[in-house]
Design a protein around this ligand. Structure first.
Ligand code: SF4
Ligand code: SF4
Length: 291
């Protein structure tokens, strides 16, 4: 099992969200989503405790057929993006406030689920925030179900819920070669730009399938763009990222971002204005919006 090397998380305080912004139908949806998130978090914690009581062996041989089966199952559960990478201890948080997970198996299955395009277009209004919560709930359920499936095959699996969680998901997704990090600190993928939420399953299944290395050139585009920096309402996105000793990088001033985020039940402006969301990767690169 791998443990944190001391990375500190900025804690989201759920009680600070201004949920009064949800009225009428939005409120009804919100009241359905909230218990789903709660149940997903509780299940992740419950199964983690079981796993610790009866931990699986350090590594268990997995074939390519196994990984193909996992990928197929993930897609059937509504998870569109999947990648594989060894767990990096430097990316594990010192404290996981939401599910209390503090140790992980050797390998990671990184998962992503798309947020609805039209809902994100309403940012920073309430439908965008509600969609983020909706995907936290749905991806949380799907992650738990995929972990159940992996355990049913005789492997160890620890489901890491998308809301909070024990590890820095975007950086793990980059290790799994799913995309690159944009200047606003979010994972940018070819399929959805920055419009996805992430989760992870740690497993003892090994070896991982071969990781396909692809040069996305997203940071090159970001260097010339900077739209999210200009459009952030509270100037939270740093012009120059801060590189820490452990190799992690801060791209936003999270104190500034979180205050606005709480007031608006999520913000998502830096997703909405990103050309990788607006036009998509293929148009930006193949149709020569960028050269
Ligand atoms: S808005 Fe521009 S600079 Fe910001 S992440 Fe998207 S492409 Fe990069
Ligand atoms: S979520 Fe909103 S406040 Fe936070 S960095 Fe993005 S645009 Fe700025």
């Amino acid at each position: 099992m791998k443990k944190s090397e001391g990375l500190k998380a900025k804690i989201i305080e759920n009680g600070k969200f201004n949920v009064n912004l949800f009225n009428g139908k939005l409120k009804q949806s919100f009241l359905k989503i909230l218990p789903k998130i709660g149940r997903g978090l509780q299940k992740a914690t419950r199964y983690y405790k079981k796993e610790l009581h009866n931990p699986a062996e350090e590594k268990k041989v997995a074939t390519l057929e196994f990984w193909n089966e996992i990928t197929k199952k993930a897609h059937s559960l509504g998870i569109q993006l999947i990648g594989f990478a060894p767990v990096d201890e430097n990316l594990i948080f010192e404290k996981d406030q939401t599910t209390k997970i503090d140790s992980l198996y050797e390998n990671a299955i990184v998962l992503g689920m798309e947020m609805n395009y039209d809902a994100i277009e309403t940012a920073p209004d309430a439908p965008a925030g509600l969609e983020a919560l909706n995907i936290y709930a749905e991806l949380g359920i799907a992650t738990n179900n995929l972990a159940d499936f992996i355990r049913s095959k005789g492997y160890g699996a620890i489901a890491c819920h998308p809301l909070g969680g024990p590890i820095l998901y975007p950086a793990m997704a980059v290790k799994a070669n799913m995309g690159e990090i944009g200047r606003q600190g979010l994972l940018i993928t070819k399929k959805y730009g920055p419009r996805q939420r992430l989760s992870m399953i740690a497993t003892n299944a090994s070896p991982l399938p071969e990781i396909k290395v692809e040069a996305y050139k997203i940071s090159e585009y970001c260097d010339k763009c900077g739209t999210c920096i200009k459009m952030c309402p509270v100037n939270a996105i740093l012009e120059e990222p801060i590189i820490h000793e452990n190799g992690t990088i801060s791209r936003i001033d999270s104190n500034k971002c979180f205050e606005y985020f709480y007031e608006n039940v999520g913000c998502s402006i830096c997703i909405k204005v990103c050309p990788f969301h607006k036009f998509g990767y293929d148009k930006l690169f193949k149709l020569k919006f960028y050269s």
